[in-house]
Design a protein around this ligand. Structure first.
Ligand code: WT7
Length: 647
C-alpha cells in the first residue's frame, strides 16, 4: 500500500484554477469552508431551501449514531424537483436529456416531454398494482426510458432498484429476490459494439430463477421479435399509449426510501444500499451545482452508466434537479471508432465532461489522434470518479482533452455516500494530480490509524468521515446490523468507515489509495473477490478458489484466480478458458479473470482464512511478507513457482 502513495506524495505539480474560469465560478470565496464548518446543519438547510417542498422540515438533523434522519418532518417528491418545478420557468422547453443511440440516432427530451412521459409511466405502474414503498427492478440499458422509469417510481413513492444492464441473469435474479420486486422493467434488445444484446431473454432467465415477478414491462429498443409470456409481459409503448399524462405526485417524507442500489461487499451477498428522499436530493443537488460549476446554459455529460450510483446521482437526480441538460449515450466508446465520445463532445458542444480513470487510461492507450480529430473547445470542466487517478492519466486528461484550460475535479465518493464527499471546488481549489483534495464544505473527513487517531501529515491509514452528511445511506436493505457492523464499528458508532486506504499531506489534501478489504475495483466497477470465487466453485472441476485484484495499467485492477482442481481433473488451457467464461456468465464479463492459475494448495491462516495478501505479493512479484502465521507456509514458494511458470 505504501509504494504507490509515496510516489503520489512526491507529486509536485500544482494547477491553480485558471483566472478566466475562477472569474465566473459558482464558488469564488474560500470562506465557504469555514462558514459551512461553523454550522454544517445551517449550511445544508440553505441548500434544502433551493428545493421544492410540500412541507418544510422541523429539524435539519436527528443524529442517533449511527442512525441519521435529515430534514425531519419535511415532505417532498423527487420527480417534482427534477421535472415539475422547471415547467413554470424558461426551462420548460429546454432539453433535459440529449440521448444518442449506438447506431447514431438521437432523441432530445425536453423538460415538458419528460414530465409527460414520467406521469404516464407513473400511472402505468399504478395500474400494475405498484404502491408506495413497493420495489421495482429496472434492468435497462442507457436509453431515456431508464430515467423516465426511475422518476415515475419516485413520483408514486415506489422504490427503484436499477440493476446494471450488463449484469448476468444470475446476478439479476439474486437482486430481484433480495429486493422482493414484483415488477421488472426491461427491453427487447440493445446495441453494444454493433451487436444486439438479447436483454429480454436474459431477463426471462432471471425471472424464472428469482420467482416473485408478476409483471414484466418491455421497452421496444431494437424492435426485435422477442417471446412475450401472456398475462405477465407487457409492451411499454402499448401501456404508455393509453396512460393518463397526469399523475399527482406522492408527498414523500424526507426519510421515505427513494431507491436502493446493490453493491458488492466482502461476502458474496451483495448489499442493497438504501437511500432516502430529502437528504439524498439535497446532497446531489448541492454537489452537482458546486463541484461541476453548473450553469444554466451548460451541456453536461457524465459518461457513466445509470446502472451505477454515479449515473443515479450525476446523470439523473443531480443534473435534473438543477434543471440542466444531461447527455446520455447508449453504446461503447469505440464504436464505430475510438473517437465516438469526442465526436459527441463536438456535436453537442459539451461543456462539462465526467468520466472514470479506467476510461482515461483507455483513451491514452488508443492515442491522441482520436481526440485530435475533433473540436473539443466547448469543454470547460473535466471530472474523474471511481478509483484513484494516476497522475500521468490526470495530466494527459488535462492536456489532451482539456486543452490545458479546464480544471479537473477528482471526486471521491461511494454508492453508500450517495454524493461526492471529497473533491476540488473548481473555482478556488489548487489541484494536485492524483489527489481528490479536500472534503466538500460541511463534510468532515480524516485519515485515522487502527486506534482511531489521526495520522500525521504524510502518513497513511484509513479514510474516515467524521460527521453525518445528507445523502448518506440509511441502512442495508433487510440487514440493519450489517450496516452497523460494516460502516460504523471500526472505531466508534459516530465515525463512518468507507473501507479505503488514504494518506493526507501538509495542505490537508487527501490521497485515496483504494480498497483495504477484499473488494476490488475493475475499470471503475466494484467486485467482491468472494463473488468471483463463488462463481468459480460452481464449476464441477473446481475444489477451491481464491481471487485477488492485480494491478492493471488500463483497468486499475483485474481479477486473478488461484484454483485448486478436484481430483480427476487436469489443468489445461481449455479448462482455463472455460473457468473464465463461467465467471463472465455467472457475474458479468467485467468480472472475467485475467488469469487462472492452477495450484494444489492455497495459503491459509490457522483459522482457515485464505491469506489473499500473500497471493497479491506473488502476483505483483513483491517480497513475500510474514508467512509464519500460515497453516501451510511451504505453499507460498510453490505458488510463486506455479505463477511464474504459468506466466
Ligand atoms: C469506491 C466506491 C462513487 C462512484 C463510483 C464508484 C473508489 C471512487 C474515487 C476517487 C480514489 C475512488 C473508492 C471507493 N473511488 N472514487 N476519486 N479516488 N478512489 O462507486 O462502486 O461504490 O465504489 O471507489 O475505493 O470506496 P462504488
Amino acid at each position: 500500500m505504501s509504494r504507490p502513495i509515496d510516489a503520489l506524495l512526491q507529486e509536485q505539480r500544482r494547477y491553480p484554477p485558471p483566472a478566466e474560469f475562477a472569474a465566473r465560478a459558482n464558488v469564488d470565496d474560500p470562506d465557504v469552508y469555514r462558514q459551512a464548518d461553523e454550522d454544517f446543519e445551517g449550511f445544508w438547510a440553505r441548500w434544502a431551501e433551493e428545493l421544492a417542498w410540500f412541507r418544510k422540515w422541523d429539524r435539519v438533523l436527528e443524529w442517533h449514531p449511527p442512525d441519521a434522519r435529515w430534514f425531519v418532518g419535511g415532505r417532498l417528491n423527487a420527480s417534482v424537483n427534477c421535472v415539475d418545478r422547471h415547467l413554470a420557468t424558461p426551462r420548460k422547453n429546454k432539453a433535459a436529456i440529449i440521448w444518442e443511440g449506438e447506431p447514431g440516432e438521437t432523441r432530445v427530451v425536453t423538460y415538458q416531454e419528460l414530465a409527460r412521459q414520467v406521469n404516464r409511466f407513473a400511472n402505468v405502474l399504478k395500474a400494475l398494482g405498484v404502491r408506495k414503498g413497493d420495489r421495482v427492478t429496472l434492468y435497462l440499458p442507457m436509453i431515456p426510458e431508464l430515467p423516465i422509469a426511475m422518476l415515475a417510481c419516485a413520483r408514486i413513492g415506489a422504490v427503484h432498484s436499477v440493476v446494471f444492464g450488463g449484469f448476468s441473469p444470475t446476478a439479476l435474479a439474486q437482486r430481484i429476490a433480495d429486493s422482493g420486486s414484483r415488477v421488472l422493467v426491461t427491453c427487447d434488445e440493445y446495441y453494444r459494439r454493433g451487436e444486439r444484446i438479447p436483454q429480454k431473454r436474459r431477463a426471462d432467465e432471471a425471472v424464472q430463477m428469482a420467482g416473485g415477478i408478476d409483471k414484466v414491462v418491455v421497452v421496444r429498443r431494437t424492435g426485435a421479435n422477442v417471446p412475450m409470456t401472456p398475462g405477465r409481459d407487457l409492451w411499454w409503448d402499448e401501456l404508455m399509449a393509453s396512460a393518463d399524462p397526469h399523475c399527482p405526485p406522492e408527498p414523500m417524507d424526507s426519510e421515505d426510501m427513494l431507491f436502493m442500489m446493490y453493491t458488492s461487499g466482502t461476502t458474496g451477498k451483495p448489499k442493497g444500499i438504501v437511500h432516502t428522499t430529502g437528504g439524498y436530493l439535497v446532497g446531489v443537488h448541492a454537489t452537482t451545482k458546486w463541484v461541476f460549476d453548473l450553469k444554466e446554459e451548460d451541456t453536461y455529460w457524465c459518461s457513466a452508466d445509470i446502472g451505477w450510483i454515479t449515473g443515479h446521482s450525476y446523470i439523473v437526480y443531480g443534473p435534473l434537479s438543477n434543471g440542466a441538460t444531461t447527455v446520455m449515450y447508449e453504446g461503447s466508446p469505440d464504436w464505430p471508432d475510438k473517437d465516438r465520445l469526442w465526436s459527441m463532445v463536438e456535436r453537442y458542444a459539451v461543456n462539462i465532461f465526467y468520466t472514470a480513470p479506467t476510461a482515461i487510461r483507455q483513451f491514452m492507450q488508443w492515442g491522441e489522434a482520436y481526440p485530435r480529430r475533433h473540436d473539443l473547445s466547448s469543454l470547460r470542466l473535466l471530472g474523474s470518479v471511481g478509483e484513484p487517478i494516476n497522475p500521468e492519466a490526470w495530466v494527459w486528461y488535462h492536456r489532451v482533452i482539456g486543452g490545458e484550460r479546464c480544471p479537473i475535479v477528482d471526486t471521491w465518493w461511494q454508492t453508500e455516500t450517495g454524493m461526492i464527499l471529497i473533491t476540488p471546488l473548481p473555482g478556488i481549489t489548487v489541484t494536485k494530480p492524483g489527489s481528490a483534495t479536500r472534503p466538500f464544505p460541511g463534510v468532515k473527513a480524516a485519515v485515522l490509524d487502527e486506534q482511531g487517531q489521526p495520522v500525521p501529515p504524510g502518513g497513511g491509514g484509513y479514510l474516515a468521515i467524521l460527521r453525518p452528511w445528507p445523502a448518506m445511506l440509511r441502512t442495508i436493505w433487510g440487514d440493519h446490523q450489517r450496516y452497523v457492523d460494516t460502516y460504523w464499528s471500526r472505531w466508534n458508532r459516530q465515525t463512518y468507515y468507507p473501507g479505503d486506504g488514504a494518506k493526507w499531506d501538509e495542505d490537508g489534501y487527501f490521497w485515496v489509495l483504494g480498497r483495504v478489504d477484499d473488494v476490488m475495483n475493475v475499470a471503475g466497477h466494484r467486485l467482491s473477490t468472494m463473488e468471483i470465487e463463488s462463481a468459480l466453485v460452481e464449476h464441477p472441476a473446481v475444489a477451491e478458489a481464491a481471487v485477488i485484484g492485480a494491478t492493471h495499467s488500463i483497468k486499475g485492477q483485474v481479477p486473478v484466480a488461484f484454483v485448486i482442481l478436484k481430483s480427476g481433473w487436469e489443468p489445461s488451457e481449455a479448462l482455463e478458458r472455460e473457468l473464465k467464461e463461467k465467471v463472465a456468465q455467472v457475474i458479468s464479463p467485467i468480472a472475467r479473470p485475467d488469469r487462472v492459475v492452477f495450484t494444489p494448495d492455497l495459503p491459509k491462516t490457522r483459522s482457515g482464512k485464505i491469506m489473499r495478501r500473500l497471493l497479491r505479493d506473488i502476483v505483483h512479484g513483491s517480497a513475500l511478507g510474514d508467512v509464519t502465521t500460515l497453516r501451510n507456509p511451504e505453499v507460498a514458494e510453490h505458488l510463486r513457482q506455479a505463477f511464474e511458470t504459468a506466466a
